[in-house]
Design a protein around this ligand. Structure first.
Ligand code: E4P
Length: 216
């Protein structure tokens, strides 16, 4: 499974990329707004740190502007994946841009039919938002499972990017289901690495090492 970091914060990106575990980056307008920097500048900075897909969302909501903005975003770097919203205009733009060889990540996906529509329009990635479904008492992980089954049944090549991940269990479940990618905030990267028995083990080994370090 590929792990993407869901942030536009360059320091976070540098930190987790140095662990060797970051396969790509997803950004969205809210994450960019927190940084107080232009999308173009930040995407170019990210591309110098991470050699993998970097999602850059369009702000436009109508077809023509989406296509224009999508082409512009894609011109920034070869690793840019243009993020388009799951709307009829987004699908139309997806079809056109895909034909031009631009990778598309269809975002804000909340149902199986939406995911299938994105796949049919040629999306490289589809982003079902697990946490936001959980927030409204729907089982987000069930959606990942349903999409996996449908994509396998019909051999769609579109990759499933489990998004809006809130905790390590989401990642574990997404792995078991066979989602291709999980994108998660920095906090979840920390949680995935941490285990109290690892910390305890180090503590015990250090204490025992102290006892023997001066022995000949
Ligand atoms: C994915 O590409 C989105 O940026 C992200 O996962 C949204 O997560 P949120 O629901 O925590 O905002």
């Amino acid at each position: 499974m590929q792990f993407f970091l869901d942030t536009a914060n360059i320091e976070e990106i540098k930190k987790y990329a140095s662990w060797g575990v970051v396969d790509g980056i997803t950004t969205n307008p809210s994450l960019i707004a927190k940084e107080g920097v232009s999308l173009e500048k930040r995407i170019k900075e990210i591309a110098e740190v991470v050699d993998g897909p970097i999602s850059a969302e369009v702000m436009a909501v109508d077809f023509k502007d989406m296509v224009e903005e999508g082409r512009r975003n894609a011109s920034w770097h070869k690793n840019v994946y243009v993020k388009l919203p799951m709307t009829p205009d987004g699908l139309r733009a997806c079809k056109i841009l895909t034909k031009e060889g631009i990778n598309i990540n269809v975002t804000l996906v909340f149902s199986l039919p939406q995911a299938v529509m994105a796949a049919k329009a040629g999306a490289t990635l589809v982003s079902p938002f697990v946490g936001r479904l959980d927030d409204v008492s729907q089982d987000g992980m069930q959606l990942i499972e349903d999409i996996r089954i449908a994509f396998d049944n019909y051999a769609y090549k579109t990759k499933i990017l489990a998004a809006s991940i809130r905790h390590p269990l989401h990642v574990v479940q997404a792995m078991k289901i066979g989602a291709d990618i999980a994108t998660m905030p920095a906090k979840v990267f920390d949680q995935l690495v941490k285990h109290p028995l690892t910390d305890k083990g180090i503590e015990i080994f250090l204490a025992d090492f102290e006892k023997v370090k001066n022995l000949q």
